[in-house]
Structures are given as structure tokens and as C-alpha cells.
Design a protein around this ligand. Structure first.
Ligand code: RB5
Length: 143
């Protein structure tokens, strides 16, 4: 599995912790920036990760900004992206099981890397349930 990651300056530190965890899990990671704590604009990085996922350059994506909010909005502008902003492990798991989320967003000013990685693990270890949820995801994709 390959995961594309991206952040602005507000999510940069959290992203580094997430990258370390993903590599420990044996996951290939592509970091699409930013590459320092210098102030940048989150829409660029949310879109870059979203496009990598829908173009098949990555299987999934993880994006981080200060809150997880702005960069999730940017990622969700890319058609085919279903980016969720989980607050806890239950939401992260359900984002996969029911919504087939292909991107997760986190706030570097909200969560520690340990907290975010617990949610990421729940998302990665869960399976999409299909069935009635497939119908709903199809409707999302058609929007
Ligand atoms: C940048 O200061 C901050 O606004 C950004 O990281 C993010 O939290 C926006 O949603």
C-alpha cells in the first residue's frame, strides 16, 4: 500500500510523526509537502494529495493542517475524494466501514501523533462494508 501525505505548516510536525508510524507499518509514503514550518497555504497540499489518490498514484491519503478542517475542505474539492476528519477511533473506523473514506484529515494543533496514529490504524485495519453503504457512496461519487 502507498499513502500520499500532505500538510501546511500547522500540520507539519504531526505529519512527520504520522510518516514515521506509517513506515513502521511497512507502508510506502509519498510526502507531497510542505517540507518545513514556514507559512504556506493549505489548499495546495490538500488538492495535491486528493489528486494523487484519485489518479491512482497513491492508494489513500492523509492530510494535516492546524485543525484538519481547511485541508479537508481542499481535498474534498477533488472529485472522487472522500475525506473524513475523525475525532476519535470510532469515527475513523466508521469512515472506512460506511463511507469508504480514501483520505483522512487531522489537526496538528488538536491531536498528538500518538492519537492520530491510533485513528489511522483503525481506518487502515477496517474494511468497507459495501451493500447499502455502496449505494450511498455511489451517490456521493455522483455529486
Ligand atoms: C494556519 O494558521 C491554519 O489556519 C491552518 O493550518 C488550518 O488550521 C486551517 O484550517
Amino acid at each position: 500500500m502507498k499513502i500520499a501525505v500532505g500538510s501546511d505548516h500547522g500540520g507539519y510536525g504531526l505529519k512527520l510523526g504520522i510518516i514515521e508510524h506509517l513506515k513502521e507499518r511497512g507502508i510506502e509514503v509519498e510526502d507531497l509537502g510542505c517540507y518545513s514550518e514556514e507559512s504556506v497555504d493549505y489548499p495546495e497540499y490538500g488538492v495535491a494529495v486528493g489528486e494523487a489518490v484519485v489518479n491512482g498514484k497513491a492508494d489513500r491519503g492523509i492530510v494535516c493542517c492546524g485543525t484538519g478542517l481547511g485541508i479537508s475542505m481542499a481535498a474534498n474539492k477533488v472529485h472522487g475524494v472522500r475525506c473524513a476528519v475523525p475525532s476519535n477511533v470510532f469515527m475513523a473506523e466508521m469512515a472506512r466501514r460506511h463511507n469508504d473514506a480514501n483520505v483522512l484529515a487531522f489537526g496538528g494543533r488538536v491531536f498528538t501523533a500518538g492519537q492520530a496514529c491510533e485513528m489511522i490504524d483503525a481506518w487502515l485495519d477496517a474494511e468497507f462494508e459495501g451493500g447499502r453503504h455502496q449505494r450511498r457512496v455511489d451517490k456521493l461519487n455522483a455529486l
